[in-house]
Design a protein. Structure first.
Length: 172
């Protein structure tokens, strides 16, 4: 009987671990940050430049489930921090919650700053931020924070949807 209970606990722990990975992050509260003054009238090119600046700021940061800093960050943590710091906008912390923010955007109408979502497994979702020219910023499990192409075989086959979140372009 004791052996059966032990196996049951192991199975439950494995299921919980897989479920936690499904949304790219656990429900972790992020530390507060200062808000920057708005800068109205920023053109899409300026927004794309600001997102490329974020790439340079975060490049080299490794993927860490639940992470929110330079020591490690996950996909929804990166979108959370970039939106917070660049736009002064508080997104939900997890991919599953971020997919409900803003309004839907057609793939052909993507603009800098749009959130792009992918189905990377049966229960796994991934999120990034569209930059320009079919490129998006994200935290990859295999290579950390990077820029990837929506047109690559991998991402094209897993593309799910996009959302446009109203922003005040505070940090640009």
């Amino acid at each position: 009987m004791r052996d059966v209970l032990h196996r049951f606990r192991c199975v439950i722990m494995a299921i919980l671990a897989i479920a936690a990975l499904g949304g790219c992050a656990t429900s972790v509260m992020a530390p507060p940050t200062e808000r920057r003054a708005p800068a109205p009238g920023v053109e899409p090119e300026g927004l794309a430049r600001a997102l490329y600046d974020q790439l340079h700021r975060w490049r080299g940061t490794q993927y860490q489930l639940g992470g929110l800093g330079r020591n490690g960050i996950d996909c929804s943590g990166l979108t959370y921090v970039v939106y917070r710091d660049l736009f002064g906008r508080q997104l939900p912390r997890t991919t599953d919650a971020q997919v409900g923010v803003g309004r839907p955007v057609e793939r052909s109408a993507l603009a800098p700053g749009d959130l792009v979502f992918f189905k990377t497994g049966t229960f796994q979702r991934h999120v990034g931020i569209y930059v320009s020219d079919d490129m998006f910023l994200h935290a990859s499990q295999s290579s950390g924070v990077r820029l990837s192409s929506l047109a690559s075989d991998y991402w094209r086959d897993r593309y799910w949807k996009a959302r446009r979140v109203p922003v005040d372009q505070a940090g640009i």
